[in-house]
Design a protein around this ligand. Structure first.
Ligand SMILES: [Cu+2]
Length: 294
């Protein structure tokens, strides 16, 4: 009877491990598999995103190595110094100064290393001049982004001959997502503006987001260069109110010709001038008929 319990536990453990391994292996199609390889990151779509991607991977590698060493040591001491009988109590050690110094210094060293590479990545990513006018002058395209409850307006001020010195805009509503147009290989400087509350401008494939803070226009801006064409998703990443989850937009990274054609179309539609708040943006009509896309 005495041996029954551990045996049952062992069978249970083997069953659980085999079961979850089977579930894990059969549940893998190609897409999740490549996501696992990228450690859950989307495929980067801008020059700057690769810096974040590398930081993410190397941090995970460092964390895994640390984890393996720590788990290994834990398993080792648990087995090696276990209590072997009722009578024999393992040596009880307290206040081992060298070890205490080691486990204070080692994590501090790790934090310093992570901090160093984080700052380095931040500098690589936020490479645009602090001054908006200088940043706009350096970039190929200028886009002023208005984030407001509950959608986005994109103002294009530079980057296409079709603009002819004008600013054109495209606005969305909760039911009608706007699309942000960008050109592959051409740098774009974004200036973020909010007329109401704090939002966050997030395009996951660029592995980057920045808050859109009222009163901080010309401060919260950044430059990036898309390096992969395609249609991507963008969203608000700051809980900004009831319909926050509806603050979605599309991002289209195309070639210059398609971009020019779209700018000409916006101009033709009369969307001329800087639009820092779409009148229709608060419209919530169609919320229930949007295919439940949250
Ligand atoms: Cu928002």
């Amino acid at each position: 009877m005495g041996l029954d319990f551990p045996k049952r536990v062992r069978n249970l453990a083997v069953g659980a491990i085999t079961g979850s391994a089977l579930l894990f292996l059969t549940g893998c199609s190609d897409e999740p598999h490549s996501q696992i390889k990228r450690l859950a990151m989307p495929i980067p779509a801008s020059k700057e995103a690769h810096h974040m991607y590398d930081l993410w991977h190397w941090s995970w590698l460092a964390a895994m190595i640390t984890g393996v060493i720590v788990w290994g040591l834990m398993a080792y001491v648990a087995v090696k110094f276990r209590r072997r009988s009722e009578a024999d109590i393992p040596v009880q050690t307290r206040y081992n100064l060298p070890i205490e110094i080691f486990y204070t210094v080692a994590p501090v060293m790790m934090v310093i290393v992570f901090f160093f590479f984080t700052v380095q990545t931040q500098d690589d990513v936020l490479h645009a001049p602090k001054n908006l006018t200088a940043a706009n002058a350096q970039a190929d395209l200028n886009v002023t982004v208005t984030a407001q409850q509950w959608s986005w307006t994109f103002n294009y001020a530079k980057g296409s001959d079709a603009l002819g010195g004008d600013v054109v805009w495209e606005s969305g509503t909760t039911a009608n997502r706007p699309t942000l147009w960008l050109v592959k290989g051409r740098s774009v400087s974004f200036d973020l503006f909010s007329p109401d509350v704090i939002h966050s401008f997030w395009i996951p494939v660029f592995l980057f987001k920045m808050d859109v803070v009222p009163g901080r226009q010309a401060y919260n801006h950044f430059t990036l260069t898309p390096d992969r064409s395609g249609t991507f998703e963008g969203k608000c990443a700051e809980l900004c109110g009831v319909y926050h989850s509806r603050m979605l937009f599309n991002v289209k990274v195309t070639d210059q010709a398609a971009f020019d054609a779209h700018m000409a179309k916006l101009k033709q539609e009369g969307n001329i001038g800087m639009n820092l708040g779409g009148a229709q943006v608060r419209t919530v009509a169609g919320l229930d008929t949007n295919g439940g896309q949250e």
